[in-house]
Design a protein around this ligand. Structure first.
Ligand SMILES: [Zn+2]
Ligand SMILES: [Zn+2]
Length: 383
């Protein structure tokens, strides 16, 4: 069964995203959810496959146009892979070219210099309190990334030795596999040198021949006011250098770091876009008589005028007491919901007054409840 989620949502891109943006979003998410990085995590595998499905459609301009017009229904019956039943390795090699790190260059003909090589994007998360959405905030983030090994300058070879040409692929980094008696030919990454074209005979002790080492990196990230939960801040050039099979020395363009912002739930306010919702407890007498109600906003207090005869659940809009819009900075509103509170305990004096009130109210309440009972009785009898 294909996914029912919105493909743009799956890849966390805007509907207007360019082909390059879609490609990069997919590359980033496929790395994030790749089963190698999430062992024994079925949820990650599902997400990995969902991303592949979204990418297959959105990377094809014709299918994307159909999807934009008719949604999932428009693609029903059209050719496409059933990623759910596919092996992860097969999916990965299907979109092999985009993982090569090359800026669209790929590895055609074994030359990897076409285009400028680009490293992988990385992703990390920060958490913000709702109050910080009002002002914006800065956060120290710490993350791990692969960097070029300084000892061997990325070659993976021990000092004094150099990598030698891979004999399996003849230095090309790719091997051709044939199947069905020569019916098809498939180019795949050389299993011996993993696409590098060279193999290290004496390994660098610092990186154990990988040419890359995992390094901790610390950064301060500014989160703008008005950011929404799930939005990401892109810190350009803080991702990884091009992988060793693309450029051993890591030359080229570094990937980016995407800092995904999570907004904590607030004990009082509920967020709705730039507006805030607040349930404000209010007594029966205040609702009936009307009056002034003081409410705490996210950054102060405001006084509301409650008209006499206000009903439970009535809404009051406080202009400009919401959160700022990320783009315009204009603040949304605070929407206050009047919530009738019935006291659990009352004093003798209160009881006396309520009894007085009940005497006057009795007629109306009883009349209404009797007719209501009559209605129910009729329903039960089926008349
Ligand atoms: Zn090294
Ligand atoms: Zn090889």
């Amino acid at each position: 069964m294909p996914t029912t989620r919105d493909y743009y949502e799956v890849l966390s891109v805007e509907k207007t995203a360019s082909g390059e943006e879609i490609k990069r979003a997919y590359r980033r998410l496929a790395m994030k959810y790749h089963p190698d990085r999430n062992p024994d995590n079925a949820e990650a595998e599902t997400k990995f496959k969902e991303c592949a499905e979204a990418y297959e459609v959105l990377s094809d301009s014709e299918r994307r146009a159909t999807y934009d017009r008719y949604g999932h229904a428009g693609l029903r019956g059209t050719p496409g892979h059933d990623f759910r039943s596919m092996h992860v390795e097969d999916i990965f090699s299907m979109f092999n070219d985009i993982f090569a790190g090359g800026g669209g260059g790929g590895r055609s003909g074994g030359r990897r210099s076409q285009g400028v090589p680009r490293g992988y994007d990385l992703e990390t998360e920060v958490e913000l309190a709702l109050e910080e959405v009002l002002t914006g905030a800065s956060r120290d983030v710490e993350f791990k990334r692969l960097d070029v090994c300084q000892t061997c300058s990325g070659s993976g070879a021990k000092a004094g030795s150099s990598p030698v040409k891979c004999t399996t692929c003849g230095g090309v980094g790719q091997v051709i596999q044939t199947g069905l008696g020569g019916m098809f030919r498939m180019q795949t990454v050389c299993p011996h040198c993993k696409g590098r074209g060279t193999v290290v005979t004496e390994k660098c002790t610092n990186c154990r021949g990988n040419g890359r080492v995992s390094v901790k990196r610390k950064l301060t990230v500014k989160v703008p006011a008005g950011i929404q939960d799930g939005q990401a801040i892109r810190v350009q050039g803080e991702g990884e250098p091009p992988p060793p099979e693309v450029n051993a020395a890591g030359q080229g363009i570094r990937g980016d770091l995407h800092v995904v912002v999570r907004i904590q739930d607030h004990e009082r306010f509920e967020r709705e876009g730039d507006d805030l919702l607040l349930a404000s407890p209010i007594g029966f007498t205040q609702l009936a008589l009307g009056g002034e109600l003081e409410v705490s906003t996210i950054d102060g207090t405001r006084t509301l005028t409650v008209p006499p005869g206000t009903q439970h659940g009535a809404l009051f809009r406080v202009d400009g007491a919401g959160l700022p819009n990320l783009r315009t900075g204009k603040r949304g509103d605070l929407v206050v919901i009047a919530q009738l509170v019935v006291p659990r305990k009352i004093t003798d004096a209160q009881r006396k007054l309520l009894m007085e009130l009940a005497k006057i109210d009795d007629v109306a309440v009883n009349a209404q409840s009797e007719s209501a009972w009559e209605k129910i009785k009729r329903k039960v009898k089926g008349t």
